[in-house]
Design a protein around this ligand. Structure first.
Ligand code: XUL
Ligand code: CO
Length: 442
């Protein structure tokens, strides 16, 4: 591999300088090498850059083409541009000090005229990525296939009414699984970009979900057949681009996976902005996934409270992230998952430096949230409150209820003869909100 000159000549690797630093290109809270409980912060947080936003995002919106012009986006052919772009990407990964990245097949390699040509392009870029991974130590958190941009997928991929499109999508995912496996990907993600509908007038909802399940079973079988050990993940999103998406949220995802005998093969990749689009908080989705033992990975971003679409912003809301981290840590962490910045620069953020400000801000916010969450858990005040709130289920008839050892007849007798009227107790919400503020703001 030819050693390219720097694509970010004016930016040095980002260093940890502590909370007091005035250097905007330094970490204030994220110290990748700091050891906490026997593991480095880098190992705890497992940050990842999303290739599609950081290196394919142009700032385009429905009202105008891209504004973000990168010097590496020029060359003899689409393939040579793809390779130079990847060199720039790995330089960025190193300088921003993320241990992982994620991609869609079509982010890293151009689509060809035929599937065979697309596959050949992907193979070339996988070889290039492999060399760059070896040279830098940056690893693949997860791979996925883009089954939503090309017009063939306008009515979905696995849920397309035309079996021909289903077959094409299967062939594409086969190749994307091969690529992910070849690069040692630790997970593989299924985000159902157009697996939903625009109108029920032309949609057989039951058949489409049956087909989606068939597709996922095929993916499980194929992944196992090639020896892929990574975790398979479903990424829920309620809408956008379709009006209704089948993997609406974690709860509907769990119901779908259980219905079709898929639950033991999958966990969830939760995206903050997808949670809020579904009318949930980020922490809610984490708690629901954790309750089912299916918390897999995080697409770290944020929406805008005033907008109803997926704005994919970098999240700097430490309070929201502290609550999320409490739930993640209580669930035992993310395992093979990580914190992937599925977030993009705003249209006017056109300088390469903006890529650095954006990611380091997100990393610092998560690192601070991690520290706050650890303090909250260590102090045990919230946990103690919860334990006491539910204590009546720990002994006596309460325990018998929880263990399903009593029924309506016994409880009816108990209330009539002994317990009488319950004595309500305060939920103490305002007290708890104040307590939380003390941890977040001091
Ligand atoms: C879209 C989205 C995707 C997935 C991967 O909203 O989040 O980028 O993360 O396909
Ligand atoms: Co995402």
């Amino acid at each position: 591999m030819k050693k390219a000159s720097s694509h970010f000549p004016r930016i040095r690797p980002i260093a940890y300088e502590g909370p007091a630093t005035r250097n905007a290109l330094a970490f204030r809270h994220y110290n990748p090498d700091e050891v906490v409980d026997g593991r480095t912060m880098a190992e705890h947080l497992r940050f990842s850059v999303a290739y599609w936003h950081a290196f394919r995002g142009t700032g385009a919106d429905p009202f105008g083409p891209g504004t973000i012009l990168r010097p590496w986006e020029s060359g003899r052919s689409a393939l040579s541009v793809a390779k130079t772009r990847m060199d720039a990407a790995f330089e960025f990964f190193q300088k921003i000090r993320v241990p992982f990245y994620c991609f869609h097949d079509r982010d890293i390699a151009p689509e060809g005229k035929t599937l065979a040509a697309s596959n050949r392009n992907l193979e070339q870029l996988v070889a290039h990525a492999k060399a760059l991974q070896q040279a830098t130590g940056v690893k693949l958190l997860w791979g996925t296939a883009n089954l939503f941009s090309h017009r063939r997928y306008m009515c979905g991929a696995a849920t397309n009414p035309d079996a021909h499109v289903f077959a094409y999508a299967a062939a594409q995912v086969k190749q994307a699984l091969d690529a992910t496996h070849a690069l040692g990907g630790q997970n593989y993600v299924f985000w159902g970009g157009r697996e939903g509908y625009e109108t029920l007038l032309n949609t057989d909802l039951k058949r489409e979900q049956d087909h989606l399940a068939a597709f996922l079973h095929m993916a499980v079988d194929y992944a196992r057949s090639i020896g892929f050990q990574g975790q398979l993940l479903i990424e829920p999103k309620p809408k956008e681009p379709t009006k209704h998406q089948y993997d609406f949220d974690v709860a509907s995802g769990v119901a779908f996976l259980r219905t079709y005998g898929l639950a033991r093969h999958f966990k969830f990749n939760l995206e903050t902005n997808h949670a809020t689009l579904a009318g949930h908080s980020f922490q809610h989705e984490i708690e629901v996934a954790a309750a089912h033992g299916m918390l897999g990975s995080i697409d770290a971003n944020a929406g805008d409270e005033l907008l109803g679409w997926d704005t994919d912003q970098f999240n700097t809301n430490v309070k929201e992230l502290a609550l999320a981290m409490v739930s993640i840590l209580r669930a035992g962490g993310l395992g093979s998952g990580g914190l992937n910045f599925d977030a993009k620069l705003r249209r006017p953020s056109i300088d390469p430096a903006d890529l650095f400000y954006a990611h380091l801000g997100g990393m610092d916010a998560y690192a601070l949230a991690f520290k706050i969450a650890r303090q909250i858990i260590a102090d045990g005040q919230f946990a103690g409150f919860l334990q006491e709130r539910y204590a009546s289920y720990d002994t006596g008839y309460g325990r018998a209820i929880a263990r399903r050892q009593v029924g309506f007849r016994e409880l009816n007798r108990l209330v009539l003869r002994q317990l009488g009227e319950p004595r309500p107790r305060s939920g103490r919400q305002e007290y708890l909100e104040n307590l939380l503020n003390r941890y977040v703001h001091g």
